[in-house]
Design a protein around this ligand. Structure first.
Ligand SMILES: *Cc1c(COP(=O)(O)O)cnc(C)c1O
Length: 390
């Protein structure tokens, strides 16, 4: 262990080579025309936005996707000068900041377009906009009946440029039945045809997230917005099953993140002792217990209580009792020789064992996205294998 790590209670390791490998894998699913937009919102899905943004020059991506302007500022500070698409809402009071940062905006309301047009004209430029089209998700987007009105706004607004048209699938990760997604795709195609017919031939159409590209590659169009898969995590079991059933080579994704902690205490408790809050667990034998110095504050979900495992000395140690705010306990009775400051793996590999994000998501009855995106931004992120991509 290097001497910076042994000063830490807990940290995440981010594997630059795995990230590059996954992005290359997604690139191989895209035609030669389509761009790869790498989604780094939610602190780069918990992997550390600053650290991931620092790698972008070596990742071979065409653009970055963020949720909001503060993230855009972060990737600019990290030195990324390429396109940045803001996927979420930008308050009117910050549209000028967005232009200063050189971002592209996701737009779906006329007020925002009016404000951007005025700002663009005042600066003698055309603000790049991606018009979000409603095709069935009913989150962001304009319905088809408003399309002509919005295209009219673009046609008459020199301060605006229609850089893209986009949509987002509602039901692609959660199922192996992609009927709903196909309906959205048909709807998007029809709307795109109207955009083109109105003369906006330069507007790049984009619809695909990771799962869409994995199970319906025809969704790639001009650009795919890839998040979870780039981090080496399958969007869902259903996505893996659908992808596999396509009969093509399985896309081999490598997990990018490992989460580790240093054991804070090892002790023996007698048989019949309660462990942790709520006395939810009682030892059935004299037990060796390791105290881990992270809890739900750091993102180790309380729903892992009594259900998850961590890896210690290459073996699986069950979580014992409830996960606390900043600590939890693991049963190491069957693992000889465990000592304080031994490294425990909460997510990732140790020896022949692995704790996958998907396993933890299943335990917490949630999706892998939530497990990684809720890792505390305060946990240090240590980038490893950088030398393999530069
Ligand atoms: C988050 C997001 C994505 C990325 O989705 P993944 O499933 O993580 O690949 C793509 N598009 C939009 C609009 C998003 O908000």
């Amino acid at each position: 262990m290097d001497d910076s790590r042994n000063r830490l209670l807990s940290w995440c390791e981010v594997d630059a080579a795995a990230l590059r490998h996954n992005l290359n894998a997604f690139r191989s699913l895209l035609g030669t025309e389509a761009k790869l937009l790498f989604v780094v919102k939610a602190n780069a899905y918990g992997h550390g936005l600053r650290e991931i943004a620092g790698l972008t020059p070596s990742l071979g991506v065409d653009a970055l996707g963020v949720h909001q302007l503060d993230e855009a500022a972060e990737v600019r500070t990290a030195g990324w000068t390429g396109p940045v698409l803001v996927l979420g809402y930008t308050p009117h009071a910050r549209l000028a900041d967005g232009l200063d940062l050189g971002v592209e905006f996701t737009v779906y309301d006329a007020t925002t377009l009016g404000a951007l047009d005025r700002l663009g004209r005042a600066r003698g430029l055309s603000a790049p906009c991606h018009l979000k089209l409603e095709t069935g998700t009913n989150r962001q987007g304009i319905p088809g009946e408003d399309l002509d009105r919005f295209l009219g706004i673009f046609a008459s607004s020199p301060g605006l440029r229609l850089a893209g048209v986009s949509t987002h699938f509602a039901n692609i990760e959660d199922t192996t039945d992609h009927g709903f997604a196909r309906g959205q795709l048909d709807c998007f195609r029809a709307l795109m045809a109207r955009v083109r017919a109105a003369g906006f031939t330069a507007a790049v159409p984009h619809a695909a997230c990771s799962a869409a590209l994995l199970v319906m590659p025809e969704t790639a169009f001009g650009c795919a917005r890839i998040g979870i898969g780039a981090y080496g995590i399958w969007p869902s079991r259903e996505t893996l099953a659908s992808h596999t059933s396509r009969g093509e080579d399985l896309l081999r994704l490598r997990p990018v993140l490992a989460w580790k902690a240093s054991i804070a205490q090892v002790k023996t408790v007698p048989a019949g002792a309660f462990v942790g809050y709520g006395c939810t667990r009682r030892t059935s034998r004299a037990s060796r217990i390791a105290v881990l110095p992270v809890g739900y504050f750091e993102g180790y979900d309380r729903r892992f209580s009594n259900l998850a495992h961590v890896l210690i000395r290459g073996s699986r140690a069950p979580v014992l009792g409830r996960v606390c705010m900043d600590m939890f306990m693991a049963d190491v009775t069957d693992i000889p020789g465990v000592e304080p400051e031994d490294e425990a793996v909460l997510i990732g590999r140790q020896g022949d064992e692995e704790i996958r994000v998907a396993d933890l998501a299943a335990i917490a009855q949630t999706i892998p996205y939530e497990i990684v995106s809720r890792l505390s931004p305060q946990l240090p992120r240590i980038v490893v294998n950088v030398d393999q991509i530069t």
